[in-house]
Design a protein around this ligand. Structure first.
Ligand SMILES: *Cc1c(COP(=O)(O)O)cnc(C)c1O
Ligand SMILES: [Zn+2]
Length: 426
């Protein structure tokens, strides 16, 4: 079955062949994969998906890949967790965590997009894959390139967290640190892509890459028993993820896999880099670029490529937006860890903080189902929380030393010692 007709311009609708192309030559609109939904409707059903592998590749009919065994075969199908303690803390009744902090193999949702993009790059016959990244994409491209036996050239802004750098270099790519912000890295990469002819996953392979994000939404709906939630909060950088989750839910509805798609999509960004949130607040679909200044480096894209479409997804779904200060981001990371035992990176802190804001301000009613998109792992951004954590207790290996240390820490006395059951001595 030829499930793909080709590519199509999102703006003027002109068709293009399924090649490594990403912009319309006529109107400069972005190209998108054009599926043959009429034939997909005949084959795609819940049973067929449920019989598939426990990975995002159970949705392969709805992904633009021909190759039988994809690169990143084990990616996706991460846990959807009912967050009972976080619910109480947020004062809401039905909160879920979609936990891509444990996505295989590189611990962020970027594995979904990269697995599709690198598979596609192989199908096209490229032998170098590349990307402009704020960190997680770098980790994922380098990992998938290693798995695929391809070379990789990775471009990041200088000054990323050590976890993101080491988490890239371990796979032995060529890592280029550019003295500039992400938007400058991205501009440079567009020129390099033209000149060197590499497969830049988020530039010339972007139409295919972006489709991988749909699986985040597919999984949520399937894991909720083939139902879309009322709200999804999505941390946004370039604006692709939120756009594609929304697209994925609409496809599920169109294919009759879920009864309705009444989900309201909400965008979360850092206050220090909030071009999409600002546009949504102002009700104006022109995205005004900003200079990022935030601890949340993974979301620090000042000129988001899909900002306009993120705005449209929010508008169409009657969602809203919220941003988070650096302090709120750290508080959000700690709250998720303390209530649910999940260590997320800064982007997750943004999402938790945004959830709190949207619930407190009444945008999200307390009795409706809410999914928080946790998209990355906290072990990669340890620097930002280290100083906000409870200091360790240092002791000699003796009971006396322990007793003395405890006596010097009133915080421990209140939290632990005085609450211990009294009948344990014996
Ligand atoms: C890249 C990224 C996002 C945002 O993705 P976009 O599709 O660019 O909006 C969210 N969370 C994390 C952890 C990311 O790395
Ligand atoms: Zn066009």
């Amino acid at each position: 079955m030829a499930k793909i007709k080709g590519l199509r311009c999102r703006e003027c609708g002109r068709p293009y062949p399924a090649k490594p192309l990403h912009v319309c030559e006529f109107c400069f609109g972005p190209l998108e994969v054009d599926y043959d939904y009429a034939s997909l409707e005949k084959v795609v059903n819940r049973k067929r998906i449920e019989a598939g592998p426990p990975t995002m590749w159970r949705y392969r009919d709805l992904l633009p890949i021909e190759q039988e065994v994809p690169v990143g075969e084990h990616c996706g199908m991460t846990p959807l967790i009912r967050a009972r303690h976080l619910e109480k803390a947020l004062g809401a009744q039905e909160v879920y965590i979609k936990n891509d902090a444990v996505c295989h193999p590189s611990l962020s949702f970027k594995d979904r997009v990269v697995s599709v993009a690198v598979t596609k790059a192989m199908e096209f016959g490229f032998d170098v894959v590349s990307c402009a990244s704020t960190g997680n994409l770098a980790n994922s491209v380098a990992a998938h390139a290693a798995e695929a036996g391809l070379k990789s050239f990775i471009f990041v802004p200088a000054g990323l967290e050590q976890g993101k750098i080491v988490g890239t270099l371990i796979y032995s790519p060529i890592l280029v640190e550019v003295d500039g912000n992400y938007d400058e890295v991205n501009r440079l990469c567009s020129e390099i892509a033209d000149k060197y002819g590499w497969a830049f996953v988020n530039i010339n392979i972007r139409p295919y890459y972006a489709e991988g994000s749909k699986t985040f939404g597919y999984e949520i709906a399937e894991q909720l028993g083939w139902h879309a939630p009322r709200h999804i909060i999505v941390p946004s950088a370039g604006g692709s993820l939120v756009t594609k989750i929304w697209k994925g839910l609409k496809e599920f509805c169109q294919l009759g896999l879920i009864p309705e798609c009444h989900t309201r999509m909400h965008v979360a960004q850092a206050a220090g880099c909030n071009p999409i949130v600002a546009a949504i607040r102002n009700g104006c679909d022109t995205i005004r670029p900003v200079r990022p200044d935030t601890i949340c480096k993974s979301l620090a894209i000042g000129n988001p490529a899909d900002g306009y479409y993120a705005f449209k997804a929010v508008e169409e779904s009657t969602g809203y937006a919220a941003d988070a200060s650096d302090e709120e981001i750290v508080d959000g990371m700690k709250l998720l860890a303390e209530t649910e035992g999940i260590f997320t990176e800064t982007a997750g802190g943004v999402t938790v903080a945004a959830a709190k804001r949207l619930i407190d301000t009444g945008v999200i009613p307390r009795d409706e189902s809410i999914v928080l998109s946790i998209t990355g792992n906290g072990l990669k951004t340890q620097e930002v929380v280290f100083n906000a954590l409870r200091p360790t207790v240092s002791v000699k290996p003796s009971l006396k030393s322990f007793d003395e240390a405890i006596a010097e820490r009133p915080d421990l006395e209140a939290d632990f010692i005085s609450q211990a059951p009294t009948n344990i001595q014996g």
